[in-house]
Design a binder for this molecule. Structure first.
Ligand code: IP8
Length: 256
């Protein structure tokens, strides 16, 4: 089972509010469609269990701008339903674009909106039941989740990032592989070369800067930290390596 995150900055123009990068999204959808076709996956169930794929996408220029306008982050919540709906609505709009591009290529993609599926408890820990995703996979669908708003005990509703969902899904569904498709070809060192493997955060701490555009859920440092917590191997790579990743070949930086 593969959990694939399509970074928000990959599939949108991150610096222009609510602007899709249709070409990039099309390329990503092509890669997904080709992999599933090669594995013989079609409606009614997968012939090859390893072809099971869960997609999570980030927000990019959808969601993040709305969230920062309302001062909402993964820790600072809102009790204003209109604000929560605005952020959720932006993410649903992007989700619909992703679903449409996948459906156009005969990928059996269906949405799972985290706002309606999970919550954070008083300690901010994410509770995200995965029975729905598991059942959709078993029935031959490709569940497509996204960063979203989420009910947060004591704080109203906060943002849940796609990366948090990836970690949660990978752990709960015992993913074999995790891929984060990013705007960079991997985690870069000081000379802008791709670091092949990362096994300890402290080895890369000095080279991981903050994300340069509005991103309420943290940049590369947060991603690497979260992926290091997982049992399964994870990869961070650029769109050009998505095909290789989906074929099971090395792509970008491997996080052990
Ligand atoms: O781009 C953020 O998801 P991310 C979603 O995966 C919102 O961090 C609502 C800003």
């Amino acid at each position: 089972m593969i959990v694939l995150k399509l970074g928000g900055s990959v599939i949108t123009e991150k610096d222009r509010a609510e602007t899709l990068d249709g070409e990039a999204l099309g390329r990503a959808a092509d890669a997904v469609a080709a992999t599933l076709e090669a594995a013989g996956q079609g409606p009614g169930g997968s012939e090859d269990e390893t072809a099971d794929l869960v997609i999570v996408h980030g927000g990019g220029s959808f969601g993040h701008h709305n969230a920062s306008e309302h001062g909402v982050t993964t820790t600072d919540g809102t009790h204003d339903a209109a604000a929560a709906l605005e952020i959720h609505g932006a993410m649903k709009t992007l989700n619909q674009f992703v679903l449409t591009r996948l459906l156009e290529r005969d990928v059996q993609a269906v949405p799972v909106h985290p706002f309606s599926a999970g919550h954070r408890d008083e300690t901010a820990a994410l509770e995200f039941p995965t029975g729905q995703v598991e059942t959709l996979l078993a029935e031959g669908f490709v569940p497509v989740l996204h960063g979203d708003m989420i009910a947060h005990a004591g704080s109203g509703a906060t943002v849940v990032s796609g990366d948090e969902l990836v970690v949660e899904l990978a752990r709960d569904l015992e993913a074999d592989r995790i891929g984060l498709c990013s705007t960079v070809p991997g985690v870069l060192d000081d000379a802008d070369d791709v670091i092949d493997r990362i096994s300890k955060y402290k080895d890369v701490e000095s080279v991981l800067g903050a994300s340069d555009a509005t991103d309420v859920t943290g940049g590369m440092a947060a991603k690497v930290r979260a992926l290091l917590e997982l049992e399964a191997e994870a990869s961070i790579f650029g769109l050009e390596a998505l095909d290789s990743f989906l074929r099971g070949e090395p792509a970008g930086t491997t996080i052990e």
